[in-house]
Design a protein around this ligand. Structure first.
Ligand code: HEC
Ligand code: HEC
Length: 347
């Protein structure tokens, strides 16, 4: 056995004791953090983004000059303060008041989807934009037309110069600004606080709902940072959704088949994110489910091939409501309190 001088042994012991002492508070702090072991992950911290670029993107997102007749902006179909979709519409309304053909998803956490659109035909936020631009029922426009309209606005050209160092507006810098704005949108929910270790952040019913969301198997498809948005799955794995819905089958009903032309991709869709889902009725690509309760019942029937006791379904709905961004939940509470205060003031 090797012998160390006493002072070396003593120093090593002190160092060890120090190391253990340093680890203790850290262990206490992280003991409750569930993010490593849970199939749903908390939103990562806000990315560091150029604030001026985000602001330029916000202006463009709200700019109706993108549409051919100046009547709609991105925000017309994606109301950011109200959940990022189009506030209760089954199908959105585009240029010249035309009805669209598919339900508008939320943009609030689109940045965390592995692909964009119900059928995943765009790979990035930047590449999603040309699809809306040229869609005759959405903007019905072209890049040269949009660039010409916006270039006539000296204030906007000034803002572009400040961010991109050029007065030349282009598909590239306009899309970059809009996508950067979209990347600034994700906001954490109470459920994120729960995952990060705050057990008090959600109610007991919401927690039970989460346990059931996992045990019934919803989690097999809705998982990860976005509680969805990371895989494709068929709508109607264990039941004929489209037959029961009735009505003609539309091109949009074909889902991913439209992209790949593979028979196995018929009725396959990107599993949607369930973050902020309580804010965006109606549900499904066709807007066929009016309420969250109906959407959950349909999922039990067509994706899991079973039904569930009403109490379990109700708790799952409560869990889904806990996925709403806290920033929006606070406004909603504020609005409710204001309405109550107003009502109680009435004689
Ligand atoms: C006329 C309504 C309308 C307008 C205007 C509009 N969108 Fe959309 N948006 C939709 C609809 C409907 C979909 C779903 C289309 C699909 O999946 O086929 C969609 C999908 C998206 C998605 C994909 C989200 C996901 O979860 O897959 C993003 C991101 C998005 N829009 C951003 C934008 C941006 C940015 C603009 C402006 C440049 C814009 N939208 C303008 C209606 C609209
Ligand atoms: C086999 C995969 C799978 C399973 C399991 C599953 N889902 Fe889904 N879910 C999907 C797909 C795919 C869609 C999109 C369907 C469409 O509109 O075309 C969806 C849509 C939804 C929507 C509507 C979202 C929106 O924005 O329109 C909700 C809510 C939902 N699921 C909740 C649940 C719940 C709760 C469970 C468990 C009871 C569950 N899902 C189980 C794949 C699945």
């Amino acid at each position: 056995m090797k012998h160390y001088p006493k002072n070396v042994v003593r120093r090593a012991r002190t160092l060890l004791a120090l190391a253990v002492a340093c680890m203790l508070p850290a262990a206490a702090l992280y003991a409750q953090d569930r993010s490593a072991s849970e199939p749903i992950k908390p939103l990562p911290p806000k990315p560091a983004l150029d604030a001026k670029k985000v602001e330029l993107g916000r202006l463009l997102f709200n700019d109706a000059r993108f549409s051919d007749d100046g009547s709609v902006s991105c925000a017309s179909c994606h109301k950011v303060e109200a959940g990022g979709a189009d506030a209760g519409r089954k199908l959105s309304v585009g240029v010249r008041k035309q009805s669209g053909t598919i339900n508008s998803p939320s943009v609030l956490t689109a940045a965390y989807n592995f692909r964009q659109f119900w059928d995943g035909r765009a790979d990035t936020l930047e590449n999603q934009i040309p699809h809306v631009l040229s869609n005759p029922r959405e903007f019905g426009s072209t890049w040269p037309a949009v660039v010409a309209r916006l270039s006539a606005d000296p204030k906007l050209v000034g803002a572009v110069k400040e961010v991109y160092g050029t007065t030349a507006l282009s598909q590239r810098n306009l899309s970059d600004a809009i996508a950067t704005y979209e990347r600034s949108l994700p906001e954490p929910s109470r459920f994120d606080q729960y995952l990060r270790g705050d057990s008090q952040a959600i109610t007991e019913d919401e927690r039970q709902g989460y346990v059931k969301f996992k045990s019934y198997g919803c989690i097999a498809c809705h998982q990860g940072v976005n509680v969805g948005g990371n895989m494709y799955q068929r709508l109607g794995v264990l039941g004929d959704y489209f037959n029961d819905r009735g009505g003609p089958l539309t091109t949009d009903d074909m889902g991913r088949f439209n992209v790949t032309r593979r028979e196995s991709d018929r009725h396959v869709f990107k599993v949607p994110s369930l973050r902020n889902v309580a804010l965006t009725p109606p549900y499904f690509h066709d807007g066929s489910a009016t309420t969250l309760e109906q959407a959950v019942q349909a999922m039990f029937k067509y994706q899991l091939g079973r039904s569930a006791p009403p109490q379990d379904a109700a708790q799952i709905v409560q869990f889904l409501r806990a996925l709403t961004a806290q920033s929006i939940e606070k406004n909603q509470r504020g609005a409710t309190t204001a309405a109550t205060a107003q009502a109680s003031q009435k004689p």
